[in-house]
Design a binder for this molecule. Structure first.
Ligand code: COA
Length: 249
């Protein structure tokens, strides 16, 4: 299925690939694409036939962040629109960890600003050797604001501050070293490897995967002892997941 800006492709084993489709603008996030992504991710989460989701970009970019051409209308004179845009962007950047299904980024080029944020909102990320990551907002006289929480959560404070304050762009190897991504893979294998990974995750029992993702994101935000107790509670509940199942070999 295709709409103007987002391509939805469903594969065997419950793997859904969402392809940002504004290649001539390096898949910059305008209102339409941001809304389409939010809607597609929510629909995928509600669809039992989808068990893992991949995000990628058409063309030579993953996502160049907010569409700078829309900045002209996002002014204090249009505060209602500014608020609407901020809410929509916040919803998109926060959605990944709220989904019950694993979300994988297949980063095929530039991932800038909100595009880098989108990568960090995914549970796993593969990238091609020519992928580049950065937060150039300050150069536009704005702030990498909504993506800040995800960045600080992923990399140390010094590295995060350098990225947002200097607007420096980093390549795939440095992104890997910083913990922005999981793996660097050859460009021609990117989608195959992402689909293989997604199919593996999709093959595991749904309830266990959902609970794994949920508790992972919960404990990441909790003090150790509270996280431990959350784990204890899940440990006692999870025995029911396997009720009636054979022990895997
Ligand atoms: N919003 C809107 N359009 C964008 C865009 C963005 N964030 N990023 C790139 N584009 C458009 C360019 O305007 C150009 O369109 P055009 O051919 O109609 O002029 C097209 O995408 C290709 O970009 P170009 O700059 O020619 O590619 P490049 O390879 O020389 O540079 C980047 C790639 C990513 C370094 C550069 O496009 C860039 O810096 N983009 C802005 C990134 C950004 O600041 N994002 C955060 C915004 S807050």
């Amino acid at each position: 299925m295709t709409n103007e800006t987002l391509i939805l492709s469903k594969f065997d084993a419950g793997v859904l690939v969402l392809t940002l489709n504004r290649p001539d603008k390096l898949n910059a996030l305008n209102f339409a694409l941001t809304q389409a992504l939010v809607d597609a991710l929510k629909a995928a989460d509600a669809d039992d036939s989808v068990r893992a989701i991949i995000l990628t970009g058409a063309g030579r970019g993953f996502c160049a962040g907010a569409d700078t051409r829309e900045f002209a209308i996002l002014t204090p004179d249009n505060q209602a629109l500014v608020e609407q845009r901020a809410t929509l962007t916040t919803e998109l950047q926060g959605l990944g960890k709220c989904l019950s299904k694993p979300l994988i980024a297949a980063v095929n080029g530039y991932a800038m600003g909100g595009g880098s944020g989108l990568v960090l909102s995914c549970d796993l990320a593969l990238a091609t050797p020519d992928a580049r990551f950065g937060y150039p907002e300050v150069k536009h006289g704005i702030v990498a604001a909504i993506v800040m929480a995800g960045l600080v959560e992923h990399v140390g404070r010094k590295a995060a501050f350098e990225l947002v304050a200097c607007g420096r762009t980093v390549g795939a190897d440095e992104a890997l070293a910083l913990g922005l991504i999981n793996r660097v893979v050859p460009a021609e294998q990117l989608l195959d490897q992402a689909r293989e990974l997604a199919a593996t995750l999709a093959s595991y029992p749904v309830e266990a995967m959902r609970a794994t993702k949920q508790i992972f994101h919960e404990v990441a935000q909790l003090p150790f002892n509270e996280g431990l107790q959350r784990g204890r509670a899940l440990n006692a509940r999870m025995r029911a997941f396997r009720h009636g199942q054979e022990t895997p070999a």
